[in-house]
Design a protein around this ligand. Sequence first.
Ligand SMILES: [Fe+2]
Length: 230
Amino acid sequence: MERTEINEILEESDRFIRSFGHVLPPFAYWSPEELRTRTASDAAQIAANRLGWDITDYGQGRFDELGLFLFTVRNGSAEDLTRGRGMLYAEKIMISRDKQLSPMHRHNIKAEDIINRGGGRLVLELFSSADDGSPDPEAEVAVLTDGVLRRMKAGSRLALDPGESVTLMPGDWHAFWAENGDVLIGEVSTVNDDLTDNVFREPIGRFSSIIEDTAPRHLLVSDYDVWLSR
Ligand SMILES: [Fe+2]
């Protein structure tokens, strides 16, 4: 993706989020320079726990069809998770655009609630894991939807209207997309590690490769390794 396109998606996404009365935290609006200075002093946690903007086309260069906007608002640490106490949780705000697919994947560690916070309808395709970890084409899928257990056939589609959510446990395969308009999505989960805890059904990347045709307005989490060490 070109940096120009990423800058545009940041602006459009910020507008969409604000249209629901939801506002991102202050560090969302820091310049790359301020983020670099502050993560070297009082805001080290932002870089260490990879908080912030995240736009992905899964490395395929077709963002409108295959992609997702995310912003990690908070994220605990793997050490706390291992200790079993402390900051074991994470929160993201995401936008799935109309008919924009997030491809089939599962997590090894993370349990996540995917919440339709407003807009169109969010549709998820679901499979259980077979013994080898692959999507089971036969096994029933059982998920909690706002405390209500739903049992469905393998590969069923679960539609979430605004206000509805689903709890996905480690091993639950899921792909999702929006219908009838863009959807503002909340994610409340256990500690999140996007570098290691995404298993995709198809061989696919988690992050975009970026062509630097203009300066970044704000850094993406995937920029931190390079840009914050300059
Ligand atoms: Fe997921």
